[in-house]
Design a protein around this ligand. Structure first.
Ligand code: C5P
Length: 397
């Protein structure tokens, strides 16, 4: 779980986006975090502490003078063993208070009293004019100078009926940002290109040849690399997956399109990871019109032509990025993986244990490099992706 063992203090200030804080609480807990909710008086007008207590599993604090805290120092006690404070929603007024060190209620006081080094993440939520007002711009700049992470805001329709920047980002996006904030920035300043998913080779306008790759491992790697601080470009065959936040995705269908997209973006990349299950052949005599059954019932005669090997081509570039290949092997992985690494001429080749991993959430990997091999035991693909990114970062530096 991405937030296993993390203690998050979730603060709510006043705004209609408080209703999204309920879902955020559930999402944080589902990701493994424990959540202590603190609300301003204004927030309690939008959602009740009862709701937030039921969802977080802990009594909610709203009052600086709460006699439930033995020493009556809630602002100290609540902040001494937490991993981060997340304010969602963060109103324009609350941004002002944080920027200027105002502490006139429990939530603002505990933010000021948090130990140095405790991250403060805020999800601004306000009307578009309020967000664009120079006063709010000044406060946002001050907060950024102080190292406060601004998560958003998003842009779009607002509850007030107006449109533009200012709406709180969605709970799923906030969850991703919180998870990302805990990841070591092992690839800061690096550019990483990767391929993922299957390819689709047309037989005619409605039929084609593809494979069972879901794209999950490649997308998990794109996410892990982005969260490790890399600028990520993902060239993806057809998948049903959501593109990870802040990842540039170039969707393609065929191996030729994937090849063209990779070659167009490979210059200046530090790392290239070929995760895609690329079709080895395409149909040479694909029909421009839908093939019809003929009266004799003859099957069409398909002819195949080899697709370019994208990984091998990138690995042969004079100024090549650090290249990582993937191999799905059902047997003799140790010999086959080492041999494939040499054949593909890459410093690192990653073997999946068996083709059964296609479409699954779990995988197990074996990393082959010039020193031998290293096994990463079975785990979910996100965990494995983080480990693999750490291994790549170690070899890069
Ligand atoms: O030779 P094989 O297809 O098993 O090699 C798999 C590796 O090569 C994967 O990293 C895959 O993404 C890459 N590959 C490629 N272009 C192809 C075929 C495979 O980049 N046409």
């Amino acid at each position: 779980m991405d937030l296993a063992g993390k203690k998050i203090l979730l603060g709510l200030s006043g705004g209609i986006a408080c209703y999204k804080a309920a879902e955020l609480t559930r999402a944080l807990i589902k990701a493994g975090a424990s959540v202590q909710v603190v609300m301003t008086d204004a927030a309690t007008h939008f959602i009740t502490p009862v709701t937030m207590q039921a969802l977080s599993g802990h009594p909610v604090h709203t009052d600086q003078w709460d006699a439930r805290i033995a020493n009556n120092m809630a602002h100290i006690d609540l902040t001494r063993s937490i991993d981060a404070i997340v304010i969602a929603p963060c109103s324009a007024d609350f941004m002002f208070k944080l920027a200027h060190g105002v502490c006139d209620d429990l939530l603002s006081t505990l933010c000021l009293a948090r130990p140095a080094g405790t991250p403060l993440l805020i999800a601004p939520a306000m009307n578009v004019e309020m967000w664009q007002n120079p006063a709010t711009r000044r406060n946002a700049a001050l907060l950024q100078q102080d190292g406060v992470a601004l998560l958003g805001p998003g842009s779009g329709d607002q509850a007030c009926g107006e449109t533009g920047p200012g709406r709180m980002r969605e709970p799923a996006q906030l969850l991703e940002a919180v998870i990302a904030s805990f990841q070591p920035k092992l690839l800061a300043g690096k550019r990483l290109l990767l391929t993922a998913g299957p390819t689709f080779e047309a037989i005619d306008p409605v039929r084609g040849i593809t494979n069972l790759s879901s794209g999950k491992m490649g997308y998990a790697l794109a996410r892990a690399a982005q969260q490790a601080g890399a600028e990520v470009t993902l060239v993806s065959g057809p998948t049903a997956l959501a593109v990870p936040d802040h990842v540039r995705c170039i969707p393609v269908q065929t191996a030729l399109q994937m090849h063209a997209a990779v070659m167009a973006h490979v210059a200046g990349q530090d790392v290239f990871i070929a995760v895609a299950a690329v079709a080895d052949w395409r149909v040479a005599n694909a029909s421009a019109t839908k093939l019809k059954k003929n009266d004799a019932g003859d099957a069409p005669q398909l002819q195949f032509i080899a697709n370019p090997d994208i990984l091998a081509e990138v690995a042969a570039l004079p100024q090549r990025p650090y290249c990582v290949g993937f191999a799905a092997e059902s047997d003799h992985l140790e010999q086959n993986g080492a041999a494939k690494r040499l054949k593909k001429n890459v410093p690192l080749l990653v073997g999946n244990i068996g083709p059964d991993t296609f479409g699954q959430d779990n995988n197990a990997l074996v990393l082959f490099d010039e020193h031998g091999y290293l096994s990463l035991p079975p785990a979910d693909k996100h965990t494995l992706a983080r480990k693999l990114i750490a291994e790549i970062a170690r070899r890069l530096h």
